[in-house]
Ligand binder design. Structure first.
Ligand SMILES: Cc1cc2nc3c(=O)[nH]c(=O)nc-3n(C[C@H](O)[C@H](O)[C@H](O)COP(=O)(O)OP(=O)(O)OC[C@H]3O[C@@H](n4cnc5c(N)ncnc54)[C@H](O)[C@@H]3O)c2cc1C
Length: 422
């Protein structure tokens, strides 16, 4: 692997055969997360592909000329021409491998695959998920000198890192940008000495053996496991939803309703959370329209009665969202009347989607006792039914899912474990 600067770009990249180039920056957590994967892959593929690094801050003109505006960015070149995908941010090993393999003959790819040596590392505790729950558990364990590894399929931070503003986390007078709060939590835990394996692919989790296989070759073993994998909101799937998440579309009333004082809001859904959260949002919003696919709400009767009595709430039954767009300050929700198959546009200041959350447990749910909504049941010390396996944060069965409650769960699990390990 070699470091180059912009004057060497012509000879080292454009006049070479197969090249992968990493534009990195300092003080860049995703660059740190990439560094060991890049180094490791350079040992595997180094005979066939030239692995180069270039410091983006000192080679800005070249970066701009190439349209590189995030760190890290990986570019692949074959005989002077850029090929494959541009990989940016939380880059996964399998994505790099896919692009490298595409540049090589099949036979060679097979040979390289056969050269991959399985590796094993051992810790006291594995934490799956580096959101507020996992990061807090990591901090407490690390401060108790328990050898801990945090494993996440994405970069650290969890939901908080994509939350626009957090104004209810104690200790900050002004609202905090979500990414800053999660960055600070993550750095605090990392500085203490917790090992991070992030933006990895988790191939297998064995809760009985306390083993996790990552990126298909690395086995991480421990004495105990904390599950802190959070939830994923169900999406409507309508075009524009992903792009406008956090930019007009929210999945959390407690977090965002206060930004809609005197404004008009659309709520998608008709179950208990949609109905109860609508009630809450009208403490702030002047008008709220619930868009629901059926001809009746599915929330319980008591919640329904409240909503029917609320003069600010209007319900559009038998309608489904078809697309979300934004024009200036206004959100446009295109809805279809399922009965007469007619579409129309609803203008509002914001959209809340409450069509359920899904706990992230697909990889390891088989032996865990879950509640009827699929969340992990724990005791008050965050123990699950499997000895040595704990669960914290949004993934567990509980009433309130907030940063503060996830942080509290993480604290409890870590303190329980460090006492048990004494
Ligand atoms: C849009 C939005 C805004 C919010 N705003 C606020 C707010 O203002 N204030 C507030 O208090 N709360 C807010 N919340 C709620 C808050 O974010 C959550 O309660 C909190 O993040 C839960 O923390 P957690 O650690 O349990 O899970 P998460 O934050 O969900 O983190 C889970 C982590 O696990 C990782 N993961 C998932 N699957 C796996 C796997 N198989 N293996 C390994 N890792 C995995 C994920 O990548 C993620 O990093 C908001 C939620 C949303 C969705």
């Amino acid at each position: 692997m070699k470091e180059i600067n912009s004057t060497e770009f012509e000879s080292e990249v454009l006049q070479s055969g197969k090249v992968v180039l990493d534009f990195y920056s300092t003080e860049c957590p995703p660059c740190e997360a990439l560094a060991s994967k890049y180094e490791n892959l350079s040992l595997l593929y180094g005979k066939d592909v030239k692995f180069l690094k270039i410091f983006r801050q000192q080679n800005r003109d070249l970066a701009e000329k190439l349209g590189v505006n995030g760190s890290p960015t990986l570019l692949f070149f074959n005989n002077g021409k850029e090929v494959g995908e541009r990989l940016v941010g939380g880059i996964k090993r399998i994505d790099i491998i896919r692009n490298l393999n595409n540049m090589l003959p099949e036979k060679r790819v097979k040979e390289i695959k056969n050269n991959v040596k399985p590796s094993v590392s051992e810790f006291d505790v594995i934490i799956l998920g580096a959101g507020p729950g996992g990061l807090t558990a990591g901090l407490y364990l690390c401060q108790s000198k328990v050898n801990t590894v945090l494993i996440d399929i994405a970069l650290p931070g969890g939901h908080v890192s994509t939350t626009h503003e957090v104004s209810n986390y104690p200790g900050f007078i002004e609202p905090q940008a979500g990414y800053m709060l999660s960055h600070n939590m993550s750095e605090q835990t990392k500085l203490c000495g917790t090992v991070y394996k992030v933006a990895v692919d988790i191939t297998k989790v064995d809760l009985d053996k306390k083993e996790v296989l990552i990126d298909e070759y690395e086995t991480v073993k421990a004495k105990k496991i904390i599950i802190a994998t959070g939830t994923t909101p169900n999406l409507t799937g309508a075009p524009g939803e992903r792009e406008l998440k956090g930019k007009g579309i929210s999945y959390c009333a407690t977090c965002d309703a206060k930004y809609f004082d005197g404004k008009e809001v659309i709520v998608i859904g008709g179950g208990n959370s949609a109905v109860e959260e609508s009630e809450y949002i009208t403490r702030f919003a002047s008008k709220l329209t619930i868009v629901h696919q059926f001809d009746k709400l599915t929330a319980n009767k008591q919640a329904q009665e409240k909503v029917f009595k609320n003069p600010k709430i209007n319900i559009l039954f038998e309608n489904e969202p078809r697309s979300f767009t934004r024009e200036g300050d206004k959100m446009i929700t295109e809805v279809e009347n399922l009965k007469i198959k007619e579409r129309r546009k609803l203008f509002s200041d914001g959209v809340f989607i409450f069509i359920g959350m899904k706990p992230n447990i697909d990889l390891f749910k088989d032996k865990l006792i879950l509640d009827r909504w699929g969340y992990i049941k724990t005791d008050e010390d965050m123990r699950t039914n499997i000895p040595g396996v704990y669960a914290v944060g949004d993934v567990i069965s509980k009433k309130y899912r907030q940063i503060t409650t996830a942080v509290a769960d993480g604290t409890i699990a870590a303190m329980t474990i460090s006492k048990e390990m004494d």
